[in-house]
Ligand binder design. Structure first.
Ligand code: SF4
Ligand code: SF4
Length: 121
């Protein structure tokens, strides 16, 4: 997977500046599950690529930025990875059911718009 320059720049900023203090990890189960610390994680992304399950598992809550002494924006980097994956039509396989759900929810067969049309007649 070839990620955009924006994604690589955001990741490099974290890989180069994170001090591995782990303050952001204290309350983040996602980081605790997928890395030793953000410096290690983003370094791994830049050198080996990452399983898409990693960026898709971040909640994008931004708490890490609030507690980080350097205000590093981990959520922005994970969001950029997800946007690149979506552009390449590489979302998680597990998300295919979400697409079907959205398709059905907005179809004329099931949505209120259809009922409204019938009521107008
Ligand atoms: S934005 Fe992601 S990495 Fe940061 S605290 Fe929330 S879940 Fe964890
Ligand atoms: S709080 Fe900031 S500097 Fe500390 S480990 Fe997390 S991202 Fe790195």
């Amino acid at each position: 997977m070839k990620y955009s320059q924006k994604t690589r720049d955001l990741s490099q900023l974290i890989a180069e500046n994170c001090t591995s203090c782990k303050r952001c990890m204290k309350d983040c189960l996602f980081l605790q599950k997928y890395c030793d610390d953000p410096q290690e994680l983003f370094d791994r992304f830049l050198t080996e690529d990452l399983d898409p399950i990693v960026p898709y598992s971040c909640l994008l809550c931004g708490r890490c930025t609030v507690v980080c002494p350097l205000q590093l924006k981990l959520d922005e980097a994970f969001l950029a990875m997800r946007q690149d994956l979506a552009k390449e039509k590489l979302p998680l396989k597990q998300l295919k059911s979400v697409r079907v759900h959205q398709w059905l929810s907005t179809s004329r067969l099931f949505c209120g718009w259809n009922l409204g049309k019938k009521a107008d007649k």
